[in-house]
Design a protein around this ligand. Structure first.
Ligand code: DGY
Length: 306
């Protein structure tokens, strides 16, 4: 069958796909432009997109032969899952394999922003370090801190598990329980976001939510950029309303170098690296290919969203 993969993937998973199907892999580093994606839709039977590719109702409607979509991500907010389901097209994702890598990074960001890792590094490199000083770049401890985990799925729970080792007081809020979001925001020293992006969570951390946080608290987001209102966060950082933020994901993504967020103080920015380890990305590629192979065979995908 005709398969389109929107970027080369790490490891040998694509060779397994090539072993069974006629596979075209978009060869560029940047995502295929919309017109390139659309141009392939009349023939494509299997689609393996990345989170950077918008697989919306228009794209799905342009693909009359499409039988399976396998997203190279656990989040499927880039895919119109309902439009696919309406056509009976299964959508696969890659849950579980990236839980630990993403949870590790969330904790790294808490430590990084709380202890000024990037600011300290830049300070030394600029030649500003003149002597050891009692009050140089003082931060806040993660050990013993109160940490609020927003979204208590696999990744949120893995973060909480790690923080037991730091003797943190853990709060969480989720659809199925925990404390109210308002209480979590007011009590936490670190607020870590782990919700999927849905209509309900878009803009969840807005100006009102940021206003509830302590002035000594930090916000960490390794989930999806639009869960945090970017403008409100810039205002909160500039006003010193919170102590800082560390974002692996932003809105927009990628963040242009001249975006006002880049100039905001007390902020660590990363280019969406949550799952970016060799082992995790290879396992994601294997899962995405396994999902697509099953979907094209007409079998249930091992990890199927719809
Ligand atoms: C995902 O899989 O949804 C992640 O954001 C990629 O790291």
């Amino acid at each position: 069958m005709q398969v389109f993969v929107t970027r080369n993937l790490p490891g040998g998973a694509l060779d397994r796909l090539r072993g069974e199907h006629d596979v075209e892999v978009w060869p560029e580093r940047l995502p295929p432009p919309r017109e390139e994606l659309m141009a392939r839709m009349p023939e494509v039977e299997g689609l393996l997109p990345l989170l950077t590719d918008r697989v919306d109702a228009e794209l799905i409607a342009a693909a009359p032969r499409l039988r399976a979509i396998s997203n190279f991500a656990v989040g499927v907010d880039n895919v119109d899952v309902e439009a696919a389901a309406a056509r009976g097209i299964p959508v696969g994702n890659t849950p579980g394999v990236l839980t630990d890598s993403t949870a590790d990074l969330a904790v790294a960001l808490m430590l990084g922003v709380g202890r000024h890792l990037t600011a300290g590094d830049a300070f030394v490199r600029r030649g500003e370090w003149k002597t050891w000083e009692p009050d140089l770049l003082l931060g806040h401890d993660l050990h013993g801190a109160t940490v609020g985990v927003i979204g208590f799925g696999r990744i949120g729970q893995a973060v909480a598990q790690r923080l037991e080792g730091f003797e943190c007081e853990l709060l969480h809020t989720s659809r199925s329980g925990g404390v109210p979001l308002e209480e979590l925001l007011e009590r936490s020293d670190f607020v870590s976001v782990h919700t999927p992006l849905t209509p309900e969570t878009r803009g969840l951390i807005d100006a009102a939510a940021l206003a509830r946080m302590k002035p000594t608290a930090y916000l960490v987001n390794t989930a999806r950029g639009p869960v945090v209102d970017t403008g409100a966060l810039i205002d909160a950082l500039q006003a010193g309303q919170i102590a800082g933020a560390a974002l692996d994901v932003t809105d927009p993504e990628p963040l242009p170098a001249d975006h006002p967020l880049v100039q905001a103080p007390n902020l660590i920015l990363l280019p969406h690296l949550g799952s970016a380890t060799h082992a995790t990305r290879e396992r994601m590629a294997d899962m995405a290919v396994d999902n697509l192979l099953a979907g094209l065979r007409g079998e249930p995908m091992p990890n199927q969203v719809t």
